[in-house]
Design a protein. Sequence first.
Length: 120
Amino acid sequence: MEECRLLRMHECQQCGKRFKARGGLQQHLRIHSNDRPYQCRFCPKRFTQKSHVDQHERIHTGAKPFSCQFCGRAFRQRSQQLGHESTHASGPLSMSAHLPHASSHHIKFENAKFVLFYPL
């Protein structure tokens, strides 16, 4: 069964890295060809992925779309938000990662564990 799965994967002929989807391989090939089709609107920097240029442009715009659910501090990247939120407790890293529909007023800490409260 594992052998069949490997045969369907798309493999990079230059480095051997494998991808489940053809699109993943096509995106990866830009690394080897140095093809950077996405340019920042504010500076000459170019990127292999649209998500990377979007993230980079926040440096220029000052946009900080990710907010800490505990104190409201804003961040440019979701990874920065999650890392910061872990400083608020010794419990699990972030409720938003585990329970994305739970808003901060439904959550409290009790003995370093999250306890959820739902309105009646």
